[in-house]
Design a protein around this ligand. Structure first.
Ligand SMILES: [Zn+2]
Length: 461
């Protein structure tokens, strides 16, 4: 089978070659479903046919196997650069390798000459590769270029995520935020919630129960993937699903190929409804029939958030959308998945860029779905929001070491998140603004109150 490319992919490849005339390190930013692997395979085949050596680098043996299968599908001759592998042949122009193998063996094919290095999941740390291939051409593939991308000179984005929805390759999302986990007590370490504290919080019986309850209420019994904080949490969720009469299984990165295949088949033949897991996408797992994503893990990582939701966005048969049950409140931190995002090739600043990254979303007070606040009323049920044009200012970039100043900024953000949640509680129970203020004061102290007052003022305008 030869590689058939869409127009936008051909254009993207032309762009890449063009940029390589001036710069060496280029990102291919393309959403899942956009076919960046095909584009990479095409470039490998095309450039090697002109005698240019290619190194395709992935993370982990699992992904080496996947990549080798894909190249075989297109009849692209290659070597698997792995000790003792029957397809290891150093004379071949295309070498595929795991970065761990290269590191442990201290061998970097073609690093002494001109070559093209193609990096899979380029948002991850490849500093070693950049060190070894200083003057060579590098193409970094990623759907989520939102971590430190400062090693690259430029990028190509052949198609925006929302255009893939218009083409029918991806489906739109439908987000619900009924029970949101209150993370205000958690510390931030290295840019995300303190792991142990988070694990302790989310494994409380009530919170586990809420996740399952929301699935029963809003999940429409759909084939689902539920993202947990850790293995114990995932198993707890599985047990709770089963206790409530919903068949579920647990999977994690250590599950074998067979176990993952079994999970997938069971979803397809409807013998289970939910796969509870921890970071299952990290092993390249993909299952388009999934039409509901349950997020039980709060995170400040935009990359993680987009990858988790992404598991449900591929189109499949008569699937028209993907329900996202955001118990984690992540949409308040990162916005809706198809929101236009910018890429930055600078080193990320430690400082929070609140003004630049405003989120304009709203939770419907009636149906608890999330929608853009530019809409005058809820596009799903027609309910009018109580306030008009409230700006949610919780957008935040990843943080590294939290200073006192950052800590107070975060407290303000968390209080603002809590405000939106309390507001719907208040409106559904007929409680006053005074009640909201009292709750915020109790949890966050008086320093945040001016910001809450501000939100209340915008509301009454
Ligand atoms: Zn609504």
């Amino acid at each position: 089978m030869s590689i058939k490319l869409y127009d936008y992919q051909e254009e993207g490849i032309r762009d890449i070659y063009n940029k390589w005339k001036y710069d060496r390190k280029i990102i291919l930013w393309c959403n899942m479903g956009g076919g960046k692997s095909e584009m990479a395979a095409y470039i490998a085949q095309d450039a090697s046919s002109d005698g240019m050596p290619i190194v395709m680098v992935v993370r982990g043996r699992e992904l080496v196997k996947n990549l080798s299968r894909r190249l075989d599908k297109y009849k692209i001759d290659h070597s698997v650069f792995m000790a003792g592998h029957h397809r290891l042949d150093k004379s071949k122009l295309i070498q595929i390798a795991s970065v761990d193998t290269m590191k442990s063996r201290g061998q970097f094919p073609f690093s002494d000459r001109d070559c093209i290095v193609i990096l899979d999941e380029a948002h991850k740390d490849y500093s070693l590769i950049f060190e070894k291939y200083k003057s060579q051409f590098i193409l970094g593939l990623t759907a989520t270029p939102f971590s430190d991308m400062s090693s690259y000179d430029d990028y190509v984005c052949p198609i925006r995520p929302i255009e893939l929805v218009e083409k029918g390759i991806l489906v739109p999302e439908e987000i619900y935020c009924p029970h949101v986990i209150d993370t205000s007590s958690l510390k931030i370490v290295a840019g995300d919630f303190h792991r142990e504290q988070l694990a302790k919080l989310v494994t409380q019986g009530e919170i586990v129960g809420n996740v399952v309850e929301d699935y029963i209420k809003y999940g429409q019994n759909r084939p689902s993937v539920c993202f947990a904080v850790n293995i114990e949490h995932s198993k707890q969720l599985r047990d709770e699903f089963i206790r409530r009469g919903i068949n579920a299984i647990h999977c994690d990165a250590s599950s074998s190929d067979e176990e993952r295949k079994f999970a997938e088949d069971s979803l397809l033949n409807k013998s289970i409804k939910v796969i509870c897991n921890v970071d299952i996408f990290s092993v390249g797992w993909d299952c388009p029939m999934v039409s509901c994503i349950i997020m039980a893990r709060p995170t400040w990582s935009l990359v993680w958030y987009l990858q988790a939701i992404g598991r449900g966005l591929r189109s499949f048969r008569d699937k028209t959308n993907c329900i996202v049950l955001d118990n984690a409140g992540n949409v308040y931190r990162h916005g809706t998945p198809y929101r236009e995002r910018e890429i930055s090739l600078k080193k990320p600043e430690k400082k929070i860029k609140r003004d630049k990254d405003e989120l304009l979303i709203r939770t419907c007070i009636d149906c608890f779905r999330i929608y853009e606040s530019s809409e005058l009323c809820c596009p799903f049920c027609g309910a009018h929001p109580a306030p008009r044009e409230i700006k949610n200012v919780n957008g935040m970039l990843a943080k590294y070491y939290e200073t006192e100043e950052e800590k107070s900024e975060r407290t303000i953000k968390e209080a603002q998140i809590a405000f939106y949640k309390l507001r719907w509680v208040a409106s559904s129970k007929g409680l006053s603004n005074g009640w909201i203020k009292e709750q915020i004061l109790k949890r966050y102290g008086d320093k945040v109150m001016p910001y809450i007052e501000q939100l209340l003022r915008i509301k009454s305008r």
